[in-house]
Design a protein around this ligand. Structure first.
Ligand code: PSU
Length: 303
């Protein structure tokens, strides 16, 4: 079987590619493992509308019936969200879901791989995976970081999820040669909060400048992706001082219950949702929408 039979672009995405229109890839782990129903579906559809309103074509990515699907209908997205046992796919198991026919949602790493295969250069998510707290003993480091090092896709996020060890995540990205560009401020944002207390390695203030940077990397043949950190809007943020206690409590619960590996992030996100009385979900939705807008603007400027 050739890649043509495995990689299935929707009519809209195929036409957009043929016409050279800007496209923004979107992931599905946030739908199946990151947010509860019905906010997960509502957010995924709202994000597609935002990408369109900014002049780009959305390409939501998932694995269904042994195919890499690039561009899903609302019905297909709802079907994926309703299925039990959807795999949370990364580089290691993407082809497993394809060869066995198991349904799979794509993480940042798997979405980057699929986007690159489909010739899509920009991708919007909420927060990337990174180095987990206690990684010095658990060795829990997300494959997202290594994907950023090797696959040439620009990933717009709101920083690394603040439940991670952000200084260690920054160190690994630096070692791997992944540029981190924060949009419009000096400090790296921390997902639910605008401030992490850490300076961003790079800063650019508008989509055109970010697109010029990405284009220059392509011109000189620098391999790998670009991480764009987009601070959550001020009106939607939960200050870092408030989040700190909730994150620590949620991680302590995960440890007590023996949650490991791929299950850690979904568990901690769910626990933080309870601890913040739903506010963390509202913030998560707001930051994903904000990232979709910036990603579309970068894609438009990159043409
Ligand atoms: N952004 C969100 N919520 C999420 C994710 C991103 O707002 O749940 C997903 C992404 O798919 C990312 C994954 O790749 O979380 C990271 O998981 P882990 O920490 O297990 O690598």
């Amino acid at each position: 079987m050739s890649l043509d039979q495995t990689l299935l672009l929707s009519d809209e995405v195929r036409t957009a590619k043929a016409e050279g229109r800007p496209i923004v890839a979107l992931e599905t782990t946030i739908v199946t493992h990151g947010m509860p129903y019905p906010e997960n579906i509502e957010t995924a559809l709202a994000v597609e509308r935002i990408v369109r309103a900014a002049g780009a074509v959305p390409a939501t990515i998932a694995i269904m019936d042994g195919k890499i699907r690039v561009g899903l209908t609302a019905e297909e997205l709802k079907h994926l969200a309703s299925l039990k046992g959807v795999m949370k796919l990364s580089r290691a198991d993407l082809a497993f879901a394809l060869s066995t026919g198991r349904p799979g949602a794509t993480t940042v790493a798997a979405t980057m791989i699929a986007a690159h295969l489909a010739g899509i250069r920009v991708f919007a998510t909420g927060g990337i995976g990174g180095v987990h707290r206690g990684a010095e003993t658990s060795f829990d480091v997300s494959a997202d970081l290594y994907e950023l090092a090797r696959t040439p896709v620009t990933v717009v996020c709101a920083g690394a999820k603040a439940l991670l060890d952000i200084p260690k995540t920054l160190e690994v990205l630096e070692t791997l040669g992944v540029p981190i560009v924060t949009a419009g401020q000096d400090q790296l944002p921390a997902f639910w909060s605008r401030e992490s207390g850490l300076p961003s390695p790079l800063r650019l203030d508008d989509p055109a400048a970010i697109a010029a940077f990405v284009a220059k990397r392509e011109e000189i043949g620098t391999t790998g992706g670009v991480l764009v950190a987009n601070p959550v809007p001020l009106t939607d943020e939960i200050p870092a001082s408030v989040m700190r206690g909730h994150i620590e409590a949620a991680i302590a619960d995960a440890e007590r219950e023996g949650v490991r590996a791929k299950a850690v992030t979904p568990f901690v996100l769910g626990r933080i949702l309870e601890l913040t009385g739903g506010k963390s979900l509202a913030t998560n939705i707001a930051l994903v929408k904000n990232n979709a807008r910036l990603a579309a603007e970068i894609a438009v400027a990159l043409r």
